[in-house]
Write a protein that binds this ligand. Structure first.
Ligand code: SAH
Length: 401
């Protein structure tokens, strides 16, 4: 594997929307109910709330408005009242890195949630492909799961993201890509060329375990898929989980999103080591929950992710066992070449081994299963995300010493 030089690494980027500073609550990222409640708060008559909510919704999510002044069909008085109490600030982009393959990674700083919060950071990745543009979003700062091959797993869990912080990642990405109709693209950025795909898909495969933040994830999916706003089809939103079995039915019922399962091993003894959550919810329970997943069908298959770790889980016998385990399930298999990170204890399986594994899976009727690593040069690939928050803290402590 060759590591490429990033073509751009910008350390001091400021988002064109004003950075979020806890004083006024922001409506960028609010749910429909949240927008309605904000209007009620400033005394909007009940009979107007539906209509006004729809107007605000359109401006915030369809037009990407970053100030209330732009909302010319909203009366001046109401705009003034909104401005006094609320903002449209989005999370602040502190750096943007662009890989040689076009993948981008944004480091996003979140506003403090309370007096003790020192400010948290998350990462979010945009992956352009010929037929789609995928945004990989985070659901938590850090993670509680400690999967042994995942960089985020080495970072301490800090907190769940709010609904607005999850939706905010899509707003920030659209803004940086120049993807709001009628708005000028950012003057300090690079936007995709003519005919390029903007964001057609969202995957919850960034930092965190989405099912441990299901309420906010479900509300965020509601806002992202609302046809009068960001308008992403729920079938183009995928939630990836390490397998929080008791929350799978609720995920299916509340969101209608596509499901991806981080399987990675076919024996409990090995999966216990790779994905420690397996000790709580072993493979048989996980697959039983998948068989019962609401809405799964041949047209809406469940994706099983399988990271290829050299000499650990990549034998032909394991490929055959994988196929046997998934028999009868409407499944797709995604083989993910392991993406290394500084100090990682595993190596990626070699090409011939991945080829052999994939052939066995293919012969059993599953098509093109190897995921091309994207953005490895900027540590943007699966499992490489880890914000600098911890390092910054360590530096601050050293300085204090
Ligand atoms: N917690 C969720 C979502 C985050 S990870 C989950 O476990 O599914 C998204 C995907 O990247 C998961 O399949 C995860 O197992 C995989 N992954 C993590 N670290 C990786 C690495 N270093 N190389 C390749 N894939 C990795």
């Amino acid at each position: 594997m060759t590591e490429l030089e990033p073509v751009q690494a910008d350390g001091g980027l400021a988002s064109s929307a004003a950075p979020l500073r806890a004083e006024k609550p922001s409506l960028a990222g609010a749910t429909r109910e949240g927008v309605g409640a904000a209007l009620a708060d400033i005394g909007t008559p009940q009979r107007e709330i539906r209509m006004r909510s729809a107007q605000l919704w359109h401006w915030i999510y369809h037009r990407g408005a970053s100030s209330f002044d732009e909302m010319l069909n909203v009366g001046k008085g109401l705009r003034g009242a909104l401005k006094e109490r609320f903002s449209l600030a989005r999370p602040e982009v502190v750096s943007e890195q662009i890989s040689r393959d076009g993948t981008r990674k944004w480091l996003i700083r979140l506003a403090p949630v309370d007096g003790r919060d020192r400010g948290a950071e998350i990462e979010c990745v945009y992956i352009p492909e010929a037929d789609r543009g995928t945004l990989c979003v985070s659901s938590q700062v850090g993670c509680t799961l400690t999967c042994s091959f995942c960089h985020t797993g080495t970072q301490k869990f800090v907190r769940n993201l709010t609904t607005a912080e999850i939706v905010g990642q899509l707003l920030v990405a659209r803004e940086r890509l120049g993807d709001f109709p009628g708005r000028a693209p950012p003057a300090d950025g690079v936007v995709p060329g003519e005919g390029a795909r903007f964001i057609s898909n969202v995957v919850f495969m960034g930092m965190g375990e989405p099912l441990y933040n299901l309420g906010h994830v479900a509300d965020a999916i509601g806002a992202m898929s609302d046809g009068e706003g960001l308008s992403l089809s729920r079938r183009r939103i995928t939630v990836s989980t390490a397998g929080v079995v008791p929350r799978l039915p609720e995920l299916g019922e509340r969101t209608g999103a596509m499901l991806a399962i981080s399987l990675h091993a076919v024996r409990d003894e090995l999966r216990d080591r790779l994905v420690p959550l397996n000790r709580k919810y072993p493979i048989a329970d996980l697959l039983a929950a998948c068989r019962a997943y609401p809405g799964a069908s041949n047209a809406r298959r469940i994706t099983f992710e399988y990271v290829m770790l050299k000499g650990v889980n990549d034998s032909p016998a394991e490929a055959r066992e994988l196929v046997r385990l998934l028999k009868g399930l409407p499944a797709k298999i995604n083989l993910i070449p392991f993406n290394p990170w500084p100090g990682s204890p595993y190596e990626c399986s070699d090409d011939a081994t991945i080829g052999r594994f994939s052939q066995i899976v293919f012969d059993a009727g599953y098509a093109s299963p190897v995921r091309t690593p994207r953005g490895r040069d900027i540590l943007a690939a699966c499992g490489q995300l880890k914000s600098e928050t911890e390092k910054l803290r360590a530096r601050a402590l050293l300085a204090a010493d």
